[in-house]
Design a protein around this ligand. Structure first.
Ligand SMILES: Cc1cc2nc3c(=O)[nH]c(=O)nc-3n(C[C@H](O)[C@H](O)[C@H](O)COP(=O)(O)OP(=O)(O)OC[C@H]3O[C@@H](n4cnc5c(N)ncnc54)[C@H](O)[C@@H]3O)c2cc1C
Length: 429
């Protein structure tokens, strides 16, 4: 049976980055994608950190269709009818190409077109059903009656990775290892976005929300500004949703989120142009798959490379970096004519030397730390309530500010061992 060098399952960022790097060598590479076009099935909040991958990507992102450079960071605690917002503006972020908002339908398609120019076949509407095996080695993929034989299969097929599962590389996962993300793209004129979000043309905002957005369940909300739209969404833990006594559905949370005063004023007169939902890996370091086997490598979400750091979500630069490392490993394997598990093991070594496994390991206690309703219920209510009391003036004589603060902290339950322990545990993050 004739074999090509590599078949990549999934034209998301990890699959496309892998193909891009492989195209620099003299290899036969095919990328197959079940969606109508690359990017059509991909959901992301939409902020890509470019500094961690700058040295790896070469010219891959030259002239990339970035939406806006993120120069403002905002975090909101949404209470019951009130909220507190922290707004970070940074000249450093403005000077450096620190992070950008992107729209995956545009971005992934653009990258796939660049690949085609380099001679890589990217085949859309091609859903792989199974792996092909030869003497204990993965030997290609099968889609219906069609078969593609290859020396290496790259499973870049996203969070649920059936390829990784079929190869026996995925660990047993549970509902608390996943969250559900819902995202809307709301179109607004460019000047309106500049004005409403108080940014210069080409600059943008990343805004995260905690608290009432998920009605106290694990998760949060996000808003990223694009050129002529905002990406607005919520993320909610699947386990939290299943166990909630509130009997709430994710799409209802999204509707309630948009009805909040804080949101209404930002998206007013906007035009909903896209609605999507997707699963997100939340397992962190403990949710990483076995990364390689005989003739197969897992990249991006398929490998479990996504990191919820509480203050931000990172997955896309992990996807790109792991795709590139996978390609480098395969190039070396081809030179040695050895695509066995032993030969592909250098993939993990490479990842350990980069931010991918370093950052995931550093943050390995994060999923357990965040598995605490206080961050989604108690604190988001406590601080807006406190400031509301401090800033309230009526016909009654005003109590001293110190007394108001102290009484609130005491009555709200802020001053107890549980809270102290939560603070103490921050040092392990
Ligand atoms: C709501 C939400 C918000 C997020 N926000 C951010 C953010 O702001 N910043 C960030 O860095 N990350 C964010 N992430 C995470 C980020 O989107 C992912 O980590 C990233 O997209 C992973 O890329 P990937 O290439 O590994 O997988 P994907 O982008 O999921 O690509 C997998 C591809 O494989 C294809 N595929 C699957 N099965 C098959 C098959 N059998 N045959 C053929 N093709 C197949 C799919 O159609 C898809 O195109 C967010 C995720 C979600 C859901």
């Amino acid at each position: 049976m004739d074999k090509i060098d590599v078949v990549i399952v999934g034209a998301g960022l990890s699959g496309l980055a892998c193909a891009y790097k492989l195209a620099e060598s003299d290899m036969q590479v095919i990328v197959v994608e079940r969606g109508d076009f690359p990017g059509s099935k991909n959901v992301s909040g939409g902020r890509l950190y470019t500094l961690p991958i700058r040295a790896m990507v070469g010219d891959m992102l030259k002239d990339a269709p970035f939406e806006r450079k993120i120069v403002r960071e905002r975090w909101s605690l949404l209470g019951d009818g009130n909220s507190v917002e922290v707004d970070l503006t940074s000249e450093k972020f403005r000077k450096e190409d620190h992070s950008f908002s992107i729209l995956r339908a545009t971005f992934d398609r653009w990258l796939a077109d660049r690949l085609m120019e380099k001679g890589v076949f990217v085949i859309p509407k091609y859903r792989v059903d199974d792996l092909l095996w030869e003497q204990g080695m993965v030997a290609g993929v099968k889609a219906g009656q069609e078969e593609i034989y290859a020396h290496v299969v790259v499973a870049a097929d996203g969070v649920l990775s059936f390829m990784g599962e079929k190869a026996g590389l995925k660990p047993k996962m549970f509902p608390h290892n996943y969250a559900l993300g819902i995202k809307e793209i709301i179109e607004l004129p460019q000047e309106k976005i500049d004005d409403r979000f108080n940014v210069e043309s080409g600059e943008g905002v990343a805004h995260l929300f905690l608290g009432d957005v998920t009605k106290g369940l694990f998760g949060g909300g996000f808003l990223y500004t694009n050129k002529k739209s905002v990406s607005l969404g919520i993320v909610v833990g699947i386990n939290a949703l299943m166990e909630s006594k509130q009997n709430i559905e994710a799409h209802a949370l999204m509707d309630m989120f948009k009805e909040r005063y804080e949101l209404k004023t930002l998206i007013r007169d906007g035009n909903l142009s896209e609605y999507s939902a997707h699963v997100i890996p939340e397992g962190g370091f403990g949710g990483i798959s076995k990364l390689y086997g005989n003739g197969i490598i897992l990249t991006g979400d398929a490998a479990g490379f996504a990191l919820n750091m509480g203050v931000t979500v990172r997955g896309m630069e992990f996807a790109i970096a792991s795709g590139i490392m996978a390609a480098e490993t395969i190039i070396q394997a081809k030179e040695a004519s050895d695509f066995s598990e032993k030969s592909l093991a250098s993939y993990e070594k490479k990842l350990k030397e980069t931010f991918v496994l370093k950052d995931l390991e550093t943050c390995k206690t994060m999923p357990a730390f965040l598995d605490n309703e206080s961050f989604f219920n108690f604190y988001p209510k406590c601080f807006p309530d406190l400031l509301e009391k401090v800033m309230w003036f009526d016909q009654m004589p005003k109590e001293g500010i110190g007394k108001t603060v102290w009484a609130h902290l005491k009555s709200s339950g802020m001053l107890n061992w549980k809270r102290l322990m939560e603070l103490y545990r921050i040092k392990n993050l």
